[in-house]
Design a binder for this molecule. Structure first.
Ligand SMILES: [Zn+2]
Length: 110
């Protein structure tokens, strides 16, 4: 909506998002603002936000449900993953024959 604040101060007040243009000295500047304002990112973001407002509560519930599901899955699988990690760990590099532990050429020292 184009308004005249006072003499030589025309502004465009967006009825959808409440954006107010800078005062223009003539009606033409306010009409220009009216024409290019719908292409501004602020106006588009506001329109998108208003369009998706009814789904916000539902989406937060869906997101929290998915987070709970992921946490349950992780808590269920974590012990099995620990067992698999233990099974796949490389064996310690210690010889089975204890007498080889005294072989200082291999296990340090001279
Ligand atoms: Zn707007």
């Amino acid at each position: 909506m184009i308004r005249k604040l006072r003499k030589a101060q025309w502004v465009y007040d967006c009825p959808d998002c409440g954006w107010i243009s800078f005062p223009s000295p003539d009606l033409f500047g306010a009409r220009e603002a009216e024409s290019w304002h719908p292409h501004m990112p602020e106006h588009r973001e506001e329109m998108l936000r208003q369009a998706f407002e009814p789904f916000r509560a539902v989406m937060t519930e869906v997101v929290s449900a998915y987070a709970n599901l992921a946490r349950n899955i992780v808590e269920t699988i974590a012990p099995a993953m620990e067992q698999i990690n233990y099974a796949l760990m490389p064996a310690p590099n210690i010889p089975h024959d204890p007498s080889l532990l005294k072989d200082r050429r291999k296990w340090g020292g001279r």
